[in-house]
Design a protein around this ligand. Structure first.
Ligand SMILES: C[S@@+](CC[C@H](N)C(=O)[O-])C[C@H]1O[C@@H](n2cnc3c(N)ncnc32)[C@H](O)[C@@H]1O
Length: 235
């Protein structure tokens, strides 16, 4: 692998929620599984992307394997890439328990992952892009295009901030509190860290970044609940 230029953002430097300890990662997974139906949402992603038994998919920022473990049961090969060695190890252990041998684990990220092998049919990137500052978000999106077959698809899901006209502080407080009520105190703390230490951005900035990064007529993009951004784009 070519060494990164000195001016490149160091994505390996942890930012925000701590994913470096495998016990923390296990606790994170248990909490998320209480709130998210991994199988159901993964099935939805597979259908939206038109994935099947012959598909090659890159799960960028694969985490504990919320998508990768499910998709591996139905696709040809899943490349699970993450900057957290603990996340990768946790996911690898789950794959082993489930007898899955078609996941390729890659210690690399949005800016450093180098895809080798056949080009992918799809890239799935869920709740990951906000770990990069805005300039680097677009660099990452442009890199994705080089890993996909012509016509390959990207599914991007992340949080974005709406352009509140006033009192954004109160709105942030309300959101963090609502997360605590609908989920629990631990997830409310993750929400707080997301706002304070990570690089979530405005919906209109994210829309611009996606449009510039994916000069494509087949761009499906919508914001949900004014704070999630959910997009599918064709290469
Ligand atoms: C909130 S978790 C989401 C994990 C998974 N996609 C899911 O849906 O559950 C964010 C993941 O992104 C990873 N991550 C953070 N920065 C990254 C980067 N620059 N490139 C790739 N993965 C990154 C973290 O290590 C973590 O596993």
């Amino acid at each position: 692998m070519k060494p990164a230029p000195k001016w490149q953002y160091d994505e390996m430097k942890p930012c925000g929620v701590d994913f470096t300890d495998i016990e923390e990662v296990a606790a994170y997974d248990i909490m998320h599984q209480k709130l998210r139906d991994y199988a159901r949402s993964s099935e939805g992603v597979m259908q939206r992307l038109g994935l099947g038994s012959g598909s090659i998919v890159i799960d960028m920022g694969s985490g504990t394997g919320a998508f990768a473990l499910h998709a591996a049961k139905k696709c040809r090969t899943i490349y699970a890439a993450d900057i957290s060695a603990a996340m990768l190890e946790y996911c690898r252990q789950q794959a082993e328990k489930q007898g899955l041998s078609n996941i390729v684990f890659c210690h690399g990220g949005l800016l450093t992952y180098e895809h080798v092998g056949d080009l992918a049919d799809a890239i799935v990137c869920v709740l990951v892009l906000h770990h990069l500052p805005d300039f680097w978000k677009q660099v990452a999106l442009k890199r994705f295009r080089t890993m996909l077959k012509p016509g390959g698809r990207l599914l991007l899901f992340d949080f974005v901030f709406p352009s509140w006209e006033e009192n954004s502080g109160a709105k942030i407080e309300d959101w963090i509190q609502a997360v605590g009520v609908t989920a629990n105190a631990r997830l409310a703390q993750e929400a707080l860290i997301f706002v304070r230490d990570e690089f979530g951005t405005y919906d209109w900035i994210m829309e611009g970044i996606i449009k510039q990064g994916w000069i494509s007529s087949d761009l499906y993009l919508h914001t949900r609940m004014n704070k999630d951004l959910d997009c599918i784009a064709n290469n």
